[in-house]
Design a protein around this ligand. Structure first.
Ligand code: NAD
Length: 370
């Protein structure tokens, strides 16, 4: 029984609160049927916080997130806040959380559930059974490296420049997250960079090789150039188990991998920090989709990405693998039964809204636990 695990829920804006409501039902079910309970706090982030408190996220909420064992985030943003200055944008909430919780490793699974195999733009025989995990470093690399800027040259032209930079420590800490994950999965890790043309990539490859030999000799480590990896992900994605890469390549490759599954409303993610001296690891879980203002308030959003974000939370923050499996199986069975929200509607399926989809997951959980 996992009691007194502190969970902070930040539903955010748009469809965030709608899909989070369905997670609440899953949490209630777990307390009732699996004797797994949490100390839950819920608070404001994004546009909702701007409206109520004049800032995208308060220091108090950041502090609560630091104290929580895990944060379950919805999504933030909407057209009504698009004209605000950069510091006041709803998205600052998630940027601040990532920064102040030291969240450096973004985990994005790309899983093709069998009933959804036709949703991919790739052929079913290429994606059937796909289950890969992309680990992207998120606080370093070219998005943050110095020097950076736009300069005016003596001849009047302008020069834009950024610096890709990784230290041994930064590579090792994200590398360890990836190696540990590989051990819990298929024991295969592919490290991705451009060691052929970038010193930063060369160091990345050297550090990963050394780390693998010293601490994870049991994990099968391979290396791949990022351009080849993009090609291989489309050609034969099932060759991969876990992929680890830097910020820029991870940004591109994780989006590419997501789309192998063909559905934004189905994809969860996790962002993890370091383990502290007391064994606690900050972690935030969120769907990869945004606040979908175009469908907010209509009751038609797909809650599965948010529900699967919660199952990732159970797995990676609390080691509750059995419960996570249960939730994932329930979602697959609901899809297999032919229920679909509008975003994943397919021929011969029944179109349902957010609430009915959530209810179907609960019914399926009941069946599994019977
Ligand atoms: P989006 O992901 O919100 O929506 C893209 C499209 O997918 C829309 O047509 C939407 O209706 C659909 N969609 C997304 N999630 C869905 C779901 N669960 N069920 C059914 N359909 C779904 O991306 P966007 O339109 O580019 O951005 C909208 C807002 O969200 C913007 O303000 C953006 O900044 C913000 N955003 C926030 C986050 C975050 O909070 N982490 C991430 C991405 C975008």
């Amino acid at each position: 029984m996992a009691a007194n695990k502190k969970l902070l829920m930040l539903p955010g804006d748009g469809i965030g609160p709608e899909v989070m409501h369905e997670v609440r039902r899953v949490i209630d079910w777990m307390a009732r049927r699996r004797a797994v309970s949490f100390d839950i706090a819920e608070d404001l982030a994004g546009g909702a916080s701007i409206e109520a408190r004049g800032t995208p996220i308060t220091d108090g909420v950041i502090e609560a997130a630091q104290k929580a064992d895990a944060v379950l985030f919805g999504s933030v943003g909407g057209p009504q806040w698009d004209k605000l200055g950069f510091d006041m944008r709803p998205e600052i909430a998630i940027l601040r959380l990532r920064k102040e919780l030291g969240l450096f490793a973004n985990l994005r699974p790309a899983v093709v559930f069998d009933p959804m195999v036709n949703a991919s733009t790739l052929k079913p025989e290429v994606v059937r059974g796909l289950d890969i995990m992309i680990v992207r470093e998120t606080v370093g690399g070219v998005y943050f490296g110095e020097p950076r800027g736009i300069e005016t040259l003596s001849d009047g032209q302008q020069k834009g420049f950024n610096t890709d930079v990784y230290t041994t420590h930064e590579i090792e800490r994200v590398g360890r997250v990836a190696f540990e994950l590989a051990r819990k999965r298929g024991n295969k890790l592919c490290s991705v960079e451009k060691a052929n043309v970038m010193e930063c990539g060369l160091l990345w490859r050297q550090v990963m090789t050394k780390l693998g030999a010293a601490e994870y000799p049991d994990v099968e480590l391979s290396h791949m150039y990022a351009d080849n990896c993009a090609m291989q992900l489309v050609r034969n994605p099932r060759q991969f188990d876990v992929i680890v890469t830097g910020n820029l390549f991870g940004d591109l490759l994780s989006d590419l991998a997501s789309m192998l599954t063909g559905s934004l409303g189905m994809l969860p993610s996790a962002t993890l920090g370091d383990v502290d001296a007391f064994g606690k690891r900050n972690a935030l879980y969120e769907p990869i989709h945004g606040s979908a203002p175009d469908i907010a308030g209509k009751g038609i959003a797909n809650p599965i990405a948010q529900i699967l974000s919660f199952s990732m939370l159970l797995r990676y923050s609390f080691g509750l693998d059995e419960d996570a499996d249960l939730i994932e199986r329930a979602c697959t069975n609901v899809l297999a039964s032919g229920l679909r929200t509008a975003d994943i509607m397919a021929p011969d399926c029944a179109k349902v809204g957010t609430h009915v989809m959530g209810e179907a997951v609960i019914r399926e959980l009941d069946k599994q636990a019977a």
